[in-house]
Design a protein. Sequence first.
Length: 395
Amino acid sequence: MGFLGKTKLIHRAWFILAAGFLTAVVSYSIRLGYGVILPQMLQSLQISKAEGGLIYSSFFFMYTLFAPVVGNLTDRMGARKVITFFCGIMAVGVLLMGTVHRLGTAMLFMAIAGAGISATWTPVVALCTRWFGPARRGFVIGIITAGAHLGYGVFGLVFPLLAARYPWRLGWLLLGLLAVLVAVMNGLILRSRPEEVGLKPWGGEAKTSETSRHDKPRYREILKRKTFWQIGISYFFIAFCYYTFITFMVTYGAVELGIGYGLASAFATVFAFAATLGAVSVGALSDRLGRRKTIIVSELIIAASVLMLILSRSNLWLLLASIGLLGLFSGPIFPLYGACSRDYFEEGVTGTVIGVWTFIYGIGAILAPLVSGYLADLTGTLRWGFALAGIASLT
């Protein structure tokens, strides 16, 4: 059956996970890397922080619009087709970002990229958790999220070196080429279910859900569940907090604190590498402690780190420490919410559940750059937006 099939040495699940990891590396370098490129774009395009936030909000508008659709398509058509097609859309939008000269075209091309990237979380989570047993879900999704933050961290190191010699547009063009390679890779490697190649999930088969596959719950019934909305609303507020910092963290250091673009970009790297560690360690720990307890503790520490960041002002070491702490406990947050879909809902609807949650989360992500950018232009500081984000993390 080939080395990716029924091999005695390596279960295909690990190749699936590797593809998911690389997809996360590239897609989140694009998704989170916007905040690293933003200070250069503000100056080159002569736009305000609110307008810079508007570009990012257009990305999340399309991401949010497509998230439920992509989740449902994953349940109906299989993750392989959905991921491959939308990664191609992602590549087109990112390549076009390297050509922008006006606010309107930047919003349009980021929106295209957002539509494509909507398929790089929901289907990947649904597919990878399907290939692994229940006891491995937190670990597996943690690995995928580690890839996301690793890509962001490396981009935070590499892009300032490129920006010192070349226009910021080159960063978008390189990311676009990587997106093309990821689309091809997924088409070749991914398979939607272990049964397609005569395999069982690695680490044990999934537990039989209370609702059999022949009697799946109706989606209206899922929307009536209290747990569904409790998790969804919590997801909204933590997304608002997270993307406030992702959008303006580097801008805060480079523009407001005046510590230099190269050093401010290191904020992204510290955040990302700490998040990588948190995604793996805290994600795996949640398999033992439980998702709810782990989420509550993580969000309390996130709020404390936000307060520390605001009070640090220009103290570089305190800034780095608070950003590292913020990253360490932000890293596992989203995979923990993803794992909740398999803990509380039946196997056949997880793609749709995560998709609707992602729609709710996307609203928070849309509002975060707009609100924090507007507050920064209004008050002359990003600290008020950061404070609001800290409060949101406790909600």
